[in-house]
Design a protein around this ligand. Structure first.
Ligand code: AMP
Length: 256
């Protein structure tokens, strides 16, 4: 596809000057991705973004980018948000909702969007619903990636990311050629603070308490599509495309 799909207006805020056109298929998808940390949701978002031509909008990316800024360039509100993130807790709804509101132009892009990590709570889902209604937009589906808990914990605690280019590795399933060094840019591989075992436990509890009710919320609205998240990323992608195809009857999606 080759078109840049991660947009600075989402990460940094400010005016959205991108004019990403509708995909060649003519079908712009507006999707939410749900799933406990470690189910591979971020990877699927990237693959789906390539395949469907929609922008990948992750609220976690906004916080991580802010965390990489020098401390004197972070607003007090963002500094507070980063504290929650480092402890593996959810950032308060009010702040996250405001960040997404400020970036609403990204939701209007004609190419569609894949929201990854937002909404995380029912109040956030309600805020999104109102925001989309105001913009005259609607979600097409909510993809819920499902995986047994013990698999999730193994995946997360082995994950490493490059401190320079953000490339992802896994000490068991996708090890770098040289221990602790990025294959792509030679940067140092680090463990995300929220991937440490104590933070993982908090995140799983948080997920159960706050995010699992979203499944019921979207099921009631007829938007939920459950996707088993076992297998390789490509297998999970195909499964997702097949499920979307069944839902919407878009003939060429899975084979595009
Ligand atoms: P993620 O990359 O989506 O796992 O997000 C990383 C961290 O950012 C989470 O553990 C939260 O601390 C914070 N975060 C991201 N999105 C949200 C959200 N929608 N609501 C609250 N906190 C969030």
């Amino acid at each position: 596809m080759g078109q840049k799909r991660i947009i600075s207006a989402w990460i940094q805020g400010g005016a959205c000057t991108e004019t990403l056109a509708a995909p060649a298929s003519g079908r712009a998808w507006r999707l939410v991705l749900l799933g406990a940390p470690g189910v591979g949701k971020g990877t699927q978002a990237e693959l789906l973004s390539e395949r469907l031509g929609a922008v990948h909008l992750s609220t976690g990316d906004i916080f991580r980018a802010a965390g990489n800024l020098p401390a004197d360039q972070r607003s007090p509100a963002m500094e507070e948000a980063l504290g929650y993130m480092r402890r593996g807790e959810l950032v308060p709804d009010e702040l996250v909702i405001r960040l997404v509101e400020e970036r609403r132009a990204c939701l209007r892009l004609p190419c569609g969007f894949l929201l990854d990590g937002y909404p995380r709570t029912v109040p956030q889902a309600e805020a999104l619903q109102k925001l989309l209604a105001r913009e005259g937009l609607a979600l097409d589906a909510v993809l819920d990636y499902e995986l047994p808990l013990e698999v999730v914990v193994r995946r997360l605690s082995g994950r490493r990311v490059c401190s320079q280019c953000q490339a992802a590795f896994h000490i068991e399933t996708r090890p770098p050629q040289k221990d602790g060094v990025c294959d792509h840019c030679g940067g140092v591989l680090v463990q995300r603070p929220d991937d440490r075992p104590e933070a993982i436990r908090v995140r799983m509890e948080v997920y159960q308490q706050s995010t699992a009710p979203l499944i019921a919320y979207y099921r009631e609205r007829g938007l939920l599509v459950s996707v088993p998240a076992e297998g390789t990323p490509e297998q999970i992608l195909q499964r997702t495309l097949n499920l979307l195809e069944q839902r919407k009857g878009v003939a060429s999606l899975a084979s595009a």
